[in-house]
Design a protein around this ligand. Structure first.
Ligand code: 13P
Ligand code: 13P
Ligand code: MG
Ligand code: MG
Length: 379
């Protein structure tokens, strides 16, 4: 049996220029330099450094398995060095997602988000990387449900014999740190009964029931809980494998043609519409949003990320397929701005703002404290 390859995405916001906008190019260059060193040291096979909004995303490939200490430490060190640059420039939120004082073996619980999958590389292995800013992991639940549970979205569930066997969905209760694996299509309605509560449940993984391994993985490290207080929405990534028994590239993209409201946006406390775009266009510029989602594609080739550059280019020099860059997505972008603007007409009232348990900022406890003496019982 061939050696299994691991695709790891580790991401963090360690500072940005003028509010929660975008990291300084020097920070990206520093991460690139550190990961290049990681390849030389034999920790990584390949990597790609990119960003969505103010979040730096490190795509890494290696043969060390999930939760590998060397891989996690490399990512931590890259973010640490980028945060040092951010601190020097007094950037906004410098070091924001580095919650631990030092690295202690695993990135989980230390602040950065991670999504990793180990699998046997197929003859042709198209991998898509979704990255979102100003939102939470459960933002992917609706599109992933359509992709893996809905034959009106994914025709492959009907006409591809392997996809037709269905998919197992690992759902996390991000509040109580519990998980359950449920099977689609048999348990579709029960799966949706959980996932509909986006404040508590999120898809962590999806597995092929045709023996192809993991199909999708989402970063679900809830920063508010790891930090013991709300310090930022996770701005999650989702990595998926496409075609030949998995949903096709086009089936993965299709749900994003719909306008979806997601939690996050300004101060992590509002509902705004998902705005699909290129990483170049991912700087949040309207009320710190709208929440951005990007999607980049590579072929995996013997553990390397093959993009549009000629074979044999230096490691780290990659040009992925940029799925949301094109003009057909202008339609969704326009709708996203319209929907977001509509939500803004409600100002500080629900449903423009999130429910009390999800608000990242609130002054209510202080207001209630001040009112203790004036608050009277009703008759
Ligand atoms: P091609 O015939 O262009 O390979 O496309 C097949 C397919 O599955 C498209 O989703
Ligand atoms: P980030 O989570 O992207 O840092 O944004 C936080 C925020 O408060 C935006 O208004
Ligand atoms: Mg930020
Ligand atoms: Mg962010």
């Amino acid at each position: 049996m061939a050696q299994k390859v691991t695709v790891s995405v580790i991401k963090a916001d360690v500072g940005s220029v003028c509010g929660h906008t975008r990291p300084h190019p020097d920070m990206m260059a520093k991460c690139d330099e550190m990961l290049k060193e990681g390849v030389m040291q034999g920790i990584l096979e390949d990597y790609y450094v990119t960003r969505v909004g103010d979040d730096i995303n490190l795509f890494m490939t290696h043969y060390k398995g999930e939760n590998n200490k060397d891989v996690h430490k490399l990512a931590w060190d890259a973010f640490y060095e980028a945060a040092q640059l951010a601190r020097k420039m007094h950037l906004y939120g410098a070091g924001q997602d580095l919650l631990a004082d030092s690295f202690s073996g695993n990135i989980k619980g230390a602040g950065p988000g991670s999504a990793e999958m180990e699998f046997e590389e197929r003859k042709s292995e198209p991998i898509m990387f979704f990255m979102a800013d100003k939102t939470e992991p459960s933002a992917y639940s609706l599109p992933l449900s359509k992709i893996f549970l809905d034959p009106f979205t994914t025709t492959g569930l009907v006409i591809d014999a392997r996809a037709k066997k269905g998919f197992d969905v690992e759902i996390h209760d991000v509040m109580d740190h519990k998980k359950v694996i449920m099977s689609a299509p048999e348990e579709t309605l029960s799966i949706l009964s959980l996932l509909g509560d986006t404040s508590r449940y999120a898809i962590k993984r999806v597995f092929s029931r045709a023996g192809l391994g993991t199909a999708a993985v989402v970063s679900t490290d809830k920063l508010n809980l790891t930090a013991g207080k709300y310090v930022g929405k996770d701005d999650p990534v989702c990595v998926v494998r496409a075609q030949s028994g998995m949903p096709s590239v086009g089936e993965y993209l299709q749900p994003f043609m719909n306008t979806m409201l997601v939690a996050g946006w300004m101060r992590g406390s509002h509902y705004g519409a998902f705005y699909p775009c290129s990483p170049e266009d991912s700087t949040p510029t309207y009320f710190d949003g709208p929440p951005r989602v990007c999607c980049l594609g590579f072929q995996l080739v013997d553990g390397h990320l093959q993009g549009l550059e000629p074979m044999g280019s230096a490691p780290g020099v990659h040009v992925p397929v940029d799925y949301f860059k094109g003009a057909e997505w202008d339609y969704v972008r326009n709708n996203a701005v319209k929907a977001s603007k509509f939500m803004r007409t409600h100002g500080p009232f629900m449903p423009a703002v999130l429910g009390p348990e999800e608000m990242e900022y609130t002054s209510r406890p202080e207001v209630l404290k001040e009112l203790t003496k004036r608050m009277e019982n009703l008759d």
